[in-house]
Design a protein around this ligand. Structure first.
Ligand code: ATP
Ligand code: MG
Length: 504
């Protein structure tokens, strides 16, 4: 066991957080992580690796979250077992990734990711495009709820192995592009090399299943206590290797309420343009993590303040820059807050609704650019949706099913605002009705659609079929009849302007 080595606390911003050669080992009695807060499946994986003679640690966000006292989203394991050795240990396991082989161990709906220690500053698993099953792995693994399967064959312990195991692919040497981005690296390493490839000190603590101690190479525990987000190593180099780390900094600032250390924040403005070179599919994934995990409203604020929205969603940023304090911005923030509340209440949320909120500004801007008499024509609205999506696709690969959903949500707005007779009720069966109705409610909340009409749709969903038909018959063509709608409608001038998502 490594001894704790005295080392100066690395809290000054002048010097980069450089991993120590040996970790500070914090015994179980001196930290707050209890096994009762760790997923039983993660514990099963850790114990099985340990019992087979391997090193096994929980690592990354889950250790950070356990120390802060919040529930981890998922549990990641780091080990000195090579991917093939992990696979042989678990029947419910599949290897994924091309540049890096990672093992996914499945337990019903929970997946525990097991990564072999990597050499120095190799990019993270987040850098893989998307985990895909390897053809050679054949069939999908049997999903096995009841813990781990017994190893099919005995596995030799890997203790004492050097930086690269026998079957590691050392030939895949590290390669960088012109801006310093790592393109390829596939060399397995030791735990004290693995720490280098992690991003922030707070994300670099290892919980050792052998004795329940914490291994800290970078004063991550001190940074967590001080609520500081600090990149390991030279920040500029780390952002150049992987520009997504800028978005991750913003995400953790929003999620954890940590302060980004000045030296970690300083290179963001000059380097944020590098995000334009990141594969759009990866930026889509990061966008969902920023906005659909319970802190979307705060993410939006951080992205704007740090100038990152202008690279992630340039047209959204431009719309708000040219319409300061607009109703659409208020609508977006309210929509993000509603989404956050749904995530926290464990209700489903959809990328379609998220992108409808985010793209509302650019869509409205494009509609406004058309002659006013065309603003509520469906063709104008659809054209604006298509153009706004196309422009956003320059950076973020929005899958088609979501962009089509956004289109439908906006196209339904005039139908919801000007229902005509009983035929209007058919829209209730539309697969996108619920999302379109939610958007209508938000628009009405900010005076961008008739509140009477929003109220009418709320009511019509709650009443019997007969009452529904009666309400539809009572529609005047100008909106709900007074008897059904309750409060007096607004003046004619204002009503005539509604029916278009444009704000005027
Ligand atoms: P979350 O709470 O969102 O799951 P997380 O810290 O666990 O946060 P993940 O994306 O799940 O983030 O990654 C797990 C760990 O892998 C991180 O804590 C970090 O140590 C490392 N990591 C992930 N992405 C990167 C990256 N782009 N650069 C460096 N290290 C990374
Ligand atoms: Mg995680």
């Amino acid at each position: 066991m490594l001894k704790r080595k005295p080392k100066e606390l690395n809290l000054s911003d002048a010097s980069p957080a450089t991993p120590a050669a040996q970790p500070r080992i914090i015994p179980r009695s001196e930290h707050a992580i209890s096994r009762s807060h760790i997923s039983p499946n993660a514990l099963r994986v850790l114990y099985r690796l340990r019992d087979a003679g391997f090193m096994a640690f929980l690592v990354g966000g889950c250790v950070r979250d356990l120390l802060i006292g919040i529930e981890p989203k998922d549990f990641d394991v780091a080990t000195d077992a090579l991917p093939e050795q992990v696979r042989r240990l678990f029947r419910n396991c599949r290897l994924v990734g091309r540049r890096f082989r990672l093992a996914h161990v499945f337990f019903g709906r929970e997946t525990i990711e097991v990564a072999t220690f990597r050499a120095t500053s190799a990019p993270s698993q987040g850098d893989e495009p998307l985990p895909e099953a390897d053809p050679e792995d054949g069939e999908a693994p049997e999903l096995d709820d009841d813990a781990v399967a017994v190893a099919a064959e005995p596995v030799a312990p890997a203790r004492g192995r050097g930086a690269a195991g026998d079957d590691s692919d050392d030939s895949a040497e590290r390669a960088f592009d012109a801006s310093g981005r790592i393109l390829r690296d596939n060399v397995y390493g030791t735990i004290d090399e693995d720490v280098w490839r992690r991003d922030f000190t707070a994300n670099s603590l290892y919980y050792n299943i052998a004795d329940f101690s914490l291994w800290d190479y970078v004063d991550g525990t001190a940074d967590i206590a001080a609520r500081t987000l600090r990149l390991i190593g030279d920040p500029e180099t780390r952002y150049r290797e992987d520009p997504v780390r800028m978005l991750r900094a913003a995400r953790f600032e929003a999620k954890l309420g940590f302060q980004i250390a000045p030296a970690t924040a300083a290179p963001i403005p000059p380097l944020r343009g590098l995000l334009a070179g990141v594969p759009p599919a990866r930026l889509f994934d990061e966008t969902l993590k920023l906005f659909l995990t319970g802190h979307g409203a705060r993410s939006f604020g951080v992205l704007r303040r740090r100038g990152l929205l202008q690279v992630l969603l340039p047209t959204v940023d431009a719309y708000f820059a040219s319409h300061p304090g607009s109703l659409i911005e208020k609508l977006l923030l309210q929509g993000l807050e509603n989404t956050d509340a749904r995530v926290i209440a464990d209700k489903p949320v959809t990328p379609t609704f998220l992108f409808a909120l985010l793209l509302y500004g650019p869509i409205a801007g494009l509609i406004e650019a058309a002659p006013p008499e065309r603003w509520h024509e469906v063709a104008t609205i659809l054209d604006a949706c298509d153009r706004a999506t196309r422009e956003a696709q320059g950076r973020i690969a929005i899958p088609r099913r979501f962009s089509l959903g956004v289109r439908e949500m906006f196209a339904l707005q005039p139908r919801l605002e000007h229902p005509r007779g009983r035929r209007a009720l058919r829209v209730l069966e539309h697969p996108r009705f619920r999302a379109a109705y939610d958007l209508l409610l938000l628009r009405a909340q900010f005076g961008l659609a008739s509140a009477d009409m929003a109220q009418w749709w709320t009511q019509v969903q709650e009443v019997s079929a007969e009452e529904r038909a009666r309400m539809a018959d009572a529609l005047t063509g100008e909106g709900p009849a007074r008897a059904a709608a309750g409060p007096r409608r607004r003046g004619r001038r204002r009503r005539r302007r509604s029916g278009s998502p444009a704000p005027a």
